[in-house]
Ligand binder design. Structure first.
Ligand SMILES: Cc1cc2nc3c(=O)[nH]c(=O)nc-3n(C[C@H](O)[C@H](O)[C@H](O)COP(=O)(O)O)c2cc1C
Length: 236
């Protein structure tokens, strides 16, 4: 059975837009037979990486820091697919950044320069074969999510794995409205989750359907500004 670990970066956890958009994708992965575990970054006590590289020089494959990262690393060694699900915070929520930096013990510096990038090698016991980004944001434009997508790509390259295009959902809060288009996007997210487990990739047309605009840019900006000005006036 494919084991999937989803690390969720949103400090709003189950209540956030990330979890809302992610839910059908997880359903699809489970329908395809995967066992999926959700890890909320905010629930864990994980200190920042101090950059000592003891995990490469002394304790080989283990971090000297004793905190919740020990258990997470054990889980991740058994995981086949890692999903990094997060809102963009230009670029990442702090708790998630701490986790990503503390992944260094999973790889060893047996180095190779390939396709323009230095790559390490996952330790033999690490079973991760795919890393995918699942990124939401508030701004209208898609390009706002690129910085996070790039971070997940860097991580994928560090692990010497093939790149997988991220699932992206800009102006994600609009997906919560009950419209026919939103229903079909949520269905497509479920299909994408299924496809990702059965084929280990997501069709480009599905990714494009999921990230399509849900409002006109000028209307979205105007509504956001109006809502803010109304609240500001109420608080005076
Ligand atoms: C500090 C901070 C920085 C943010 N930066 C961006 C950004 O650059 N682009 C964007 O589209 N959204 C940005 N957002 C908005 C969040 O990505 C957005 O509200 C998202 O839907 C929150 O997801 P959540 O409800 O799961 O926490 C930012 C939010 C915060 C708090």
């Amino acid at each position: 059975m494919t084991k999937v670990t989803v690390i969720i970066g949103s400090p709003k956890m189950e209540k956030g837009n990330t979890s809302f958009v992610l839910a059908p994708f997880i359903k699809g992965m489970e329908e395809a037979g995967a066992s999926v575990e959700l890890i909320f970054a905010k629930k864990l006590k994980i200190r920042p990486c101090i950059g000592c590289f003891k995990c490469w020089r002394e304790t080989i494959g283990e971090c000297f820091q004793q905190d919740d990262m020990e258990e997470l690393l054990t889980k991740l060694r058994e995981t086949n697919i890692l999903v990094i699900a997060t809102p963009t915070y230009a670029p990442l929520p702090g708790e998630l950044q701490n986790i990503l930096n503390r992944l260094v013990p999973l790889v060893e510096p047996i180095l190779e320069f390939r396709e323009g990038r230095t790559r390490a090698k996952p330790h033999d016991e690490v079973k991760i074969t795919k890393i995918i980004g699942f990124i939401v944001g508030a701004w209208w434009e898609l390009a706002n999510l690129d910085a996070v997508a790039k971070i997940v790509e860097e991580l994928t390259e560090l692990f010497s794995l093939e790149l997988t295009d991220a699932v992206r959902r800009p102006h994600a809060s609009l997906l919560r409205h009950e419209t026919n288009l939103n229903k079909s996007i949520l269905q497509r997210l479920e299909k994408a989750g299924y496809e990702f487990i059965t084929e280990r990739k997501i069709d480009k047309s599905d990714l494009e359907f999921i990230r399509q605009p849900l409002a006109k840019q000028e209307d979205y900006l105007a509504r956001g500004t109006q809502n803010y000005l109304k609240r500001k006036a109420e608080h005076k």
